[in-house]
Every structure is written in C-alpha cells, then in structure tokens.
Design a protein around this ligand. Sequence first.
Ligand code: URA
Length: 210
Amino acid sequence: MPEHLTIVDHPLVQHKLTLMRDKGTSTAGFRQLLREISHLLAYEVTRELKMTTRNIETPLTELDAPVLAGKKLALISILRAGNGLLDGILDLIPSARVGFVGLYRDEETLQPVQYYFKVPEGLEDRLVIAVDPMLATGNSSVAAIDLLKKAGAKDIRFLCLLASPEGVAKMKEAHPDVPIVTASLDQKLNEKGYIVPGLGDAGDRMFGTK
Ligand code: URA
C-alpha cells in the first residue's frame, strides 16, 4: 500500500458516514452503520494482502486456486472505540488474531499512558492492522503504534473512520511507514481535540454512554 493516506470515497461509505455524522442517528443505528462501513473499509485496507495458491478440486476439475498467504493477520483495537471497527472486520476475516491497546491521557502531562496491552504472538511475521475510528490529535495513535513496533510489528496499517489534518501530520512524522486508510479527512480539530465536522465522541455514540 504505497500511499500514506487513502481516503475511501466509495458512494456506500460516504452515504453511511453521513448517516453516522447525523446527531439524530440512534445508538443502535450508529453501531449497525459502523459495522457495515467497517466491512467496506476492511476491503480497502486488505487490498494488497499477499496471495498464494492451493490445489483444490471443484466438482468439474482440479485447480490451483488463490488463497491468502502467510500467517493470520493481526487486528489491534485501540480501546475502547476501536472495538466498533473490530467487530465488522472480524465478520470478513474471522480467523484474524486480535489484540487490544488501552491508553488514557494523563491530565497533567497530556501524554497517553498505557493501561492495557495484549497482542498476538509473532507480530513480526504478520500484517498488523490497528483500528480506531477517530484519528484526532494523533497522540494515542502514535503511542499505540510505538507499542506495536516495540512488540515486534513491522508491517502495520492504521484504519480509521475519520482523520483530522493534525492527526495525519503527526502520524506521518512519527510513523511514515504506516499507511492510513480512512473514510474522510475532515476539516480540523476544535479546542477540545474533537474532529470538526466529525461525529462527536465515537465511543459514546456507539456505546450510548452519553
Ligand atoms: N475522539 C472522538 O471520539 N471524537 C473526536 O472527535 C475526537 C476524538
């Protein structure tokens, strides 16, 4: 995947994203849309997976047919909102290995602090897809990728629903080798670090916590 930033402009993605942005969309509707849109984003982020062939017999003949090569890929959810994207991607790639990274923001230093980290073994031999719906300031995304690299990951992609210009710039500076796939590059961050126009707090909207 050569581009640092890929914006998935497929009509279905853009339509579903508009419904998700609408503050009148219910929690159940938001969750369902996120699941649907994650299928379409997963299609894009896995476009260049390595392939090999397996010899099979159809009812009519023998065939060297294409199958995915290498170790099962690893999906890493950046808690908690990452879980919304994770569920949909697992619908498409049910055998993927799954990890979780939990980070919170220290209110004094404003830096992300790790509170949970559990990832599959052998990250160095897997394609690793880190998922978080919102690439906002980029602080937690950069920290999560730092941790994944420390754990051995070498081939990493970052999948989000919305990205801010500030977040993309921060990721590009810290991790130029990590391509980003998103449904939209929004206008800006506001003073509270929310993406504008955005969709609000992705975790609250998907879990109904506000
Ligand atoms: N996290 C969110 O959930 N929403 C934003 O707009 C920014 C960060």
